[in-house]
Design a protein around this ligand. Sequence first.
Ligand code: GLN
Length: 392
Amino acid sequence: MTESRIRPLASAKALQFTESVIREMTRFAAQHDAVNLAQGFPDFPAPTEIKEAAVEAVRADVNQYAITWGAKPFRDAIAERYRAIYGMAVDPERNLTVTCGSTEAMMSTMLALVDPGDEVIVFEPFYENYGPDTILSGAVPRYVQLHEPDWGIDEGELEKAFNNKTRAIIINTPNNPTGKVYSREELQAIATLCQRWGVIAITDEIYEYIIYGGAEHVPLASLDGMSERTVTLNSLSKTYSVTGWRVGWAIASEEATSAIRKVHDFLTVGAAAPLQAAAAAALHLPESYYEKLARDYEVRRDILSESLERAGFRCYTPKGAYYIMTDISSFGFSDDVTFARHLIETIGVAAVPGSSFYHRPEDGAQKLRFTFCKKKATLDEAATRLGKLVAT
Ligand code: GLN
């Protein structure tokens, strides 16, 4: 046998992670005609203004590459919003990179700023992408638990996770999958440790506007002394219900931005030019748009949590984002994957197995995550189907 036959075709890096469980659940749901409450994408229309702006851009022949780090009117609009809402000084020429969704923003940031052997702190449960992001950049993940039922941080545990090898910490607020919204005090504790250890904070704020009951979203970069050492990631996906457009951005210091821009350029060249033109229009929607977005999601959250609780799930009520993490122990299944399959095949509702948010699968074995970024009719249909479930 030749050596090429012995060596697997996949790289050592690619062999270390599996395909996305979230995307796999979407495909499995489609095969079984299940109501898809697994992957977080809306099934209702995007705002008319932004669709019209995209159509107009295509008609106007905005067909060629935008500047690799992003079309100027879009970068200007992003910078202006951060100034207006949070008083943050973002220079569109020096601090901003437009990417293919926040997924690419995260990957480009990690590849640009993290070296093999560096440690990266990840709060757990985590959004599944952060695992492969860490592996692909050669880093070693260090997990810090968010403790149930409120997903609080133990400051002693957090402090212990920092050491001389720590390069970065990933924060996601509002949080997927728990719905936690990090408080100003928690962020301040993280900021203090980042400053003490010279660590970069990478903060995924994609659910920024999806926030409930008066909770406040605080960008880590807006805390004293943090703009220099924070990379803030965001995208159009969740705020404007266009997850398939793949338009996101990274805000960072000038030095970090020049590294992120280089990686981004060679990975993707740039995000879709006509959609960047439309994105500038999205960022000019009135404030009432964001208020309604949050209010409408709060109604959907309450509809879904009521149906889930009626069916026998225990819900961790989210304060932000559009997921409900649930406890499935009342159903008596050995693990989350078996139960998720049963739910799709027998009941006709898809969710994401809790284990995909933990590095030790057993920690998520009695959990499932449901999304409520769906029309009322979809949530009602899911409720009817969930009514067939029997808790033990
Ligand atoms: N963020 C979404 C989720 O957690 C989906 C993201 C994706 O599939 N790219 O379901």
